[in-house]
Design a protein around this ligand. Structure first.
Ligand code: SF4
Ligand code: SF4
Length: 186
Protein backbone atom coordinates (compact mmCIF):
# COMPACT_ATOMS: atom_id res chain seq x y z
CA UNK A 1 0.00 0.00 0.00
CA UNK A 2 1.28 3.51 -0.80
CA UNK A 3 0.11 7.08 -0.29
CA UNK A 4 0.51 10.04 -2.63
CA UNK A 5 0.02 13.52 -1.28
CA UNK A 6 -2.36 15.63 -3.37
CA UNK A 7 -2.25 18.81 -1.29
CA UNK A 8 -2.27 21.47 -4.06
CA UNK A 9 0.46 24.07 -4.50
CA UNK A 10 -2.15 26.65 -5.34
CA UNK A 11 -5.82 26.82 -4.43
CA UNK A 12 -8.66 28.05 -6.61
CA UNK A 13 -9.59 31.64 -5.90
CA UNK A 14 -12.41 31.84 -3.40
CA UNK A 15 -14.67 33.88 -5.69
CA UNK A 16 -14.81 31.09 -8.33
CA UNK A 17 -16.96 27.93 -8.29
CA UNK A 18 -15.14 25.40 -6.10
CA UNK A 19 -14.14 21.83 -6.86
CA UNK A 20 -12.62 19.35 -4.41
CA UNK A 21 -8.81 19.44 -4.25
CA UNK A 22 -8.45 15.76 -5.21
CA UNK A 23 -10.07 16.57 -8.57
CA UNK A 24 -7.53 19.30 -9.51
CA UNK A 25 -5.27 18.45 -12.44
CA UNK A 26 -5.03 15.18 -14.33
CA UNK A 27 -6.99 12.06 -13.43
CA UNK A 28 -5.33 10.68 -10.30
CA UNK A 29 -6.36 7.08 -11.08
CA UNK A 30 -4.01 7.05 -14.08
CA UNK A 31 -1.20 8.93 -12.34
CA UNK A 32 -1.06 6.69 -9.25
CA UNK A 33 -1.45 3.48 -11.26
CA UNK A 34 1.27 4.53 -13.68
CA UNK A 35 3.69 5.28 -10.80
CA UNK A 36 2.82 1.97 -9.15
CA UNK A 37 3.47 0.10 -12.42
CA UNK A 38 6.88 1.79 -12.65
CA UNK A 39 7.62 0.70 -9.08
CA UNK A 40 6.48 -2.85 -9.81
CA UNK A 41 8.70 -2.99 -12.91
CA UNK A 42 11.70 -1.77 -10.91
CA UNK A 43 11.03 -4.50 -8.32
CA UNK A 44 10.72 -6.98 -11.18
CA UNK A 45 14.34 -6.31 -12.12
CA UNK A 46 15.60 -7.56 -8.76
CA UNK A 47 12.79 -9.91 -7.71
CA UNK A 48 10.66 -11.24 -10.57
CA UNK A 49 6.97 -11.23 -9.71
CA UNK A 50 3.44 -11.03 -11.05
CA UNK A 51 1.51 -7.97 -9.96
CA UNK A 52 -1.60 -5.84 -10.32
CA UNK A 53 -2.06 -2.16 -9.43
CA UNK A 54 -5.15 -0.28 -8.27
CA UNK A 55 -6.20 3.18 -7.21
CA UNK A 56 -9.91 3.58 -6.59
CA UNK A 57 -10.35 1.30 -9.56
CA UNK A 58 -11.34 -2.08 -8.13
CA UNK A 59 -13.34 -3.46 -5.19
CA UNK A 60 -10.29 -3.30 -2.92
CA UNK A 61 -10.60 -2.30 0.77
CA UNK A 62 -8.00 0.46 0.31
CA UNK A 63 -8.51 2.39 3.55
CA UNK A 64 -8.71 -0.72 5.72
CA UNK A 65 -5.61 -2.18 4.07
CA UNK A 66 -3.76 1.12 4.42
CA UNK A 67 -4.47 1.01 8.18
CA UNK A 68 -3.17 -2.57 8.32
CA UNK A 69 -0.07 -1.44 6.40
CA UNK A 70 0.62 1.19 9.08
CA UNK A 71 -0.04 4.19 6.82
CA UNK A 72 -2.64 5.84 9.04
CA UNK A 73 -5.95 5.38 10.80
CA UNK A 74 -9.52 5.98 9.75
CA UNK A 75 -10.56 9.21 11.44
CA UNK A 76 -13.98 10.42 12.50
CA UNK A 77 -14.06 12.34 9.23
CA UNK A 78 -14.11 8.97 7.45
CA UNK A 79 -10.71 9.62 5.84
CA UNK A 80 -7.40 7.85 6.19
CA UNK A 81 -5.38 10.11 8.51
CA UNK A 82 -1.61 9.95 8.12
CA UNK A 83 0.21 11.75 10.95
CA UNK A 84 2.60 13.49 8.52
CA UNK A 85 0.55 13.91 5.35
CA UNK A 86 -2.85 14.53 6.90
CA UNK A 87 -5.85 13.37 4.92
CA UNK A 88 -4.82 14.79 1.54
CA UNK A 89 -3.63 11.51 0.07
CA UNK A 90 -4.54 9.06 -2.67
CA UNK A 91 -4.18 5.41 -1.68
CA UNK A 92 -2.45 3.09 -4.14
CA UNK A 93 -2.46 -0.70 -4.01
CA UNK A 94 0.17 -2.99 -5.47
CA UNK A 95 -0.69 -6.67 -5.24
CA UNK A 96 2.31 -8.88 -5.79
CA UNK A 97 3.13 -12.56 -5.74
CA UNK A 98 6.23 -11.76 -3.65
CA UNK A 99 6.10 -12.78 0.00
CA UNK A 100 6.82 -9.68 2.07
CA UNK A 101 7.17 -8.98 5.76
CA UNK A 102 3.87 -7.39 6.90
CA UNK A 103 3.92 -3.94 8.50
CA UNK A 104 2.32 -3.16 11.84
CA UNK A 105 -1.18 -1.60 11.71
CA UNK A 106 -1.48 1.97 12.99
CA UNK A 107 -3.63 2.66 16.02
CA UNK A 108 -6.43 5.20 15.89
CA UNK A 109 -5.25 8.52 17.36
CA UNK A 110 -8.48 10.54 17.13
CA UNK A 111 -8.90 10.22 20.88
CA UNK A 112 -11.54 12.63 22.16
CA UNK A 113 -11.09 15.03 19.22
CA UNK A 114 -14.27 15.85 17.28
CA UNK A 115 -13.06 18.90 15.35
CA UNK A 116 -14.06 17.45 11.97
CA UNK A 117 -17.60 16.72 13.07
CA UNK A 118 -18.01 20.12 14.70
CA UNK A 119 -16.74 21.80 11.50
CA UNK A 120 -19.06 20.04 9.05
CA UNK A 121 -21.57 22.57 7.65
CA UNK A 122 -23.95 19.72 6.78
CA UNK A 123 -23.94 18.24 10.30
CA UNK A 124 -22.53 14.92 9.09
CA UNK A 125 -20.61 12.32 11.02
CA UNK A 126 -18.99 10.61 8.02
CA UNK A 127 -17.35 7.71 9.83
CA UNK A 128 -20.45 6.87 11.80
CA UNK A 129 -22.64 7.14 8.71
CA UNK A 130 -20.30 4.92 6.70
CA UNK A 131 -20.29 2.35 9.47
CA UNK A 132 -24.05 2.32 9.72
CA UNK A 133 -24.37 2.06 5.94
CA UNK A 134 -22.05 -0.94 5.83
CA UNK A 135 -23.90 -2.60 8.67
CA UNK A 136 -27.22 -1.94 6.88
CA UNK A 137 -28.44 -0.11 10.00
CA UNK A 138 -29.68 3.23 8.72
CA UNK A 139 -33.08 4.81 8.57
CA UNK A 140 -34.01 6.78 5.44
CA UNK A 141 -33.00 10.12 6.97
CA UNK A 142 -29.50 8.86 7.82
CA UNK A 143 -29.15 7.13 4.45
CA UNK A 144 -29.98 10.41 2.67
CA UNK A 145 -27.39 12.23 4.78
CA UNK A 146 -24.57 10.12 3.29
CA UNK A 147 -25.25 11.92 0.02
CA UNK A 148 -25.39 15.36 1.66
CA UNK A 149 -21.61 15.74 1.62
CA UNK A 150 -20.73 18.80 -0.50
CA UNK A 151 -17.00 17.96 -0.56
CA UNK A 152 -16.16 21.30 1.09
CA UNK A 153 -13.13 19.79 2.86
CA UNK A 154 -13.89 21.47 6.23
CA UNK A 155 -13.48 18.09 7.94
CA UNK A 156 -9.96 17.88 6.45
CA UNK A 157 -8.79 21.44 7.15
CA UNK A 158 -9.83 21.29 10.79
CA UNK A 159 -8.11 17.95 11.46
CA UNK A 160 -4.97 18.49 13.56
CA UNK A 161 -3.12 16.29 11.06
CA UNK A 162 -3.59 19.14 8.55
CA UNK A 163 -1.66 21.44 10.87
CA UNK A 164 1.17 18.86 10.97
CA UNK A 165 1.11 18.77 7.17
CA UNK A 166 1.44 22.56 7.00
CA UNK A 167 4.33 22.37 9.46
CA UNK A 168 6.01 19.70 7.29
CA UNK A 169 5.60 21.87 4.20
CA UNK A 170 7.01 24.91 6.05
CA UNK A 171 9.93 22.81 7.29
CA UNK A 172 10.61 21.38 3.81
CA UNK A 173 10.54 24.91 2.30
CA UNK A 174 12.86 26.22 5.03
CA UNK A 175 15.29 23.34 4.34
CA UNK A 176 15.26 24.02 0.59
CA UNK A 177 15.94 27.72 1.25
CA UNK A 178 18.80 26.80 3.58
CA UNK A 179 20.36 24.55 0.92
CA UNK A 180 19.92 27.23 -1.76
CA UNK A 181 21.54 29.89 0.44
CA UNK A 182 24.48 27.61 1.29
CA UNK A 183 25.29 26.97 -2.41
CA UNK A 184 28.32 28.91 -3.66
CA UNK A 185 27.35 31.83 -5.89
CA UNK A 186 28.61 31.68 -9.48
S1 SF4 B 1 -16.42 17.41 3.07
FE1 SF4 B 1 -17.64 19.06 4.06
S2 SF4 B 1 -19.79 18.37 3.91
FE2 SF4 B 1 -18.51 16.56 3.50
S3 SF4 B 1 -18.31 15.54 5.47
FE3 SF4 B 1 -16.52 16.90 5.27
S4 SF4 B 1 -17.12 18.84 6.24
FE4 SF4 B 1 -19.01 17.63 5.89
S1 SF4 C 1 -10.40 16.13 13.27
FE1 SF4 C 1 -9.95 14.95 15.10
S2 SF4 C 1 -11.60 13.40 15.17
FE2 SF4 C 1 -11.58 14.20 13.12
S3 SF4 C 1 -10.26 12.80 11.97
FE3 SF4 C 1 -8.95 14.49 12.67
S4 SF4 C 1 -8.08 13.76 14.61
FE4 SF4 C 1 -9.87 12.45 14.13
Amino acid sequence: MVLMNYYPRRWQSADKPQIAAYAYGNDYHHIVKSKLSQLAEEINKVAPHSYAVFCDSAPVMERAWAVRAGLGWIGRNGMLVNPKLGTFTFIGTLITTLELEPSKPMENHCGTCKKCIEACPMGLEPYLLNKLAKAGRMDDLEANKVYDCIECGCCQFTCPSYIYLLDSIRLAKANVMKIMRSRPKK
